[in-house]
Design a protein around this ligand. Structure first.
Ligand SMILES: [Zn+2]
Length: 317
């Protein structure tokens, strides 16, 4: 049997792996100390999970990225020493001491020469494959940061030509968005500002129109309220479904506020299909609170007025 090594894939994994060491070191420096939770190395792609309470800020990610790229650009050698676990501990090599190591371990250290000084870029116990010089990594780019579990963050990054591919992909997306917005990529910020401003105006216009529509509708209903349905007669008041206006929760509250001001002299129930409801009574022989309690609605406030969200209201009316 003949075993063949796929050299280009092996090299791609070596670049991503050494970059993982650099990332771990940079994170340790930034967060004082962090614990690796999991990591995955693939062809010029790496995924690194680590313990951190909060997500890293955008500027922290940029800082890590440039620190690693600075190191990639400097003259540096990845040196590998085989030694005893005791000696490795004395060398302050990063290890996962809850892991079981044999008597002999392998210390992978990366040192960079910059401005005539030697700068440590990483020192870890590791048996895996690495590039000989970190400049072979070519380039490093963080693609995204996500949360994978409580207190565990994930950084995904790429190396070598995948960095260029990533940049080209971003450029294509920007070009596509720009053409859809009918502007040049350079003008995107201005265009976005303009659109957001217009959207803000439209939103307030829309809210005002919706408000006026609701008032008109309620006023019309007010006139018809003396012709109650059979259930309304039993309830001794109006029942209004305002779902036609697809109200949001906060708008619903405004409608109720409006209704309370206009219809303080009658009993009413206003509800929406989403389950928002308000019950108001003004006659001494009818209590909104008692009514809600009798109907099994979860909440009640004052004797005369009840307002909450409970889909059960639709079955009641
Ligand atoms: Zn390693």
């Amino acid at each position: 049997m003949k075993l063949l090594v796929h050299w280009s894939k092996r090299n791609a994994k070596m670049r991503a792996h050494t970059a993982t060491h650099l990332l771990h070191f940079a994170l340790d420096k930034l967060l004082w100390s962090t614990k690796q939770a999991w990591s995955l190395v693939d062809n010029d792609y790496l995924r690194f999970d680590f313990e951190a309470k909060n997500p890293l800020e955008e500027n922290e990610l940029l800082l890590i990225e440039s620190q690693i790229n600075d190191r990639i650009r400097c003259w540096s050698v990845v040196s590998i020493t085989q030694t005893s676990l005791e000696e490795a501990k004395k060398m302050w090599a990063k290890a996962f001491f809850e892991d079981t190591y044999g008597e002999e371990v392998r210390v992978v250290s990366i040192e960079c020469t910059s401005d005539n000084s030697l700068d440590l870029a990483s020192k870890e116990l590791c048996w895996w494959i690495h590039v000989q010089d970190i400049s072979h990594i070519g380039a490093f780019k963080i693609v995204q940061q996500t949360a994978v579990a409580s207190g565990i963050r994930r950084i995904e990054a790429v190396t070598w030509t995948s960095v260029t591919e990533q940049a080209q992909k971003s450029d294509r997306r920007l070009a596509d968005i720009s053409s859809r917005l009918d502007c040049q990529p350079k003008q995107l910020e201005n265009k976005l500002e303009k659109i957001l401003k217009e959207y803000g105006h439209l939103q307030s216009d829309h809210a005002l129109l919706q408000w006026k529509l609701i008032c008109t509708h309620l006023d019309e209903f007010h006139n018809e309220c003396d012709l109650p349905s059979a259930w309304s007669a039993r309830w001794k008041g109006c029942i209004i479904n305002v779902s036609w206006s697809s109200l949001e929760d906060h708008t619903f509250k405004e409608v109720i506020h409006h209704a309370k001001a206009r219809w303080s002299d009658r009993n009413w129930i206003i509800y929406s299909d989403e389950g928002n409801f308000a019950i108001y009574t003004w006659t001494w022989d009818l209590s909104a609170k008692q009514f809600a309690r009798d109907q099994g609605l979860k909440w009640w406030w004052s004797d005369q007025f009840v307002q909450w969200k409970d889909e059960k209201i639709k079955e009641i009316v």
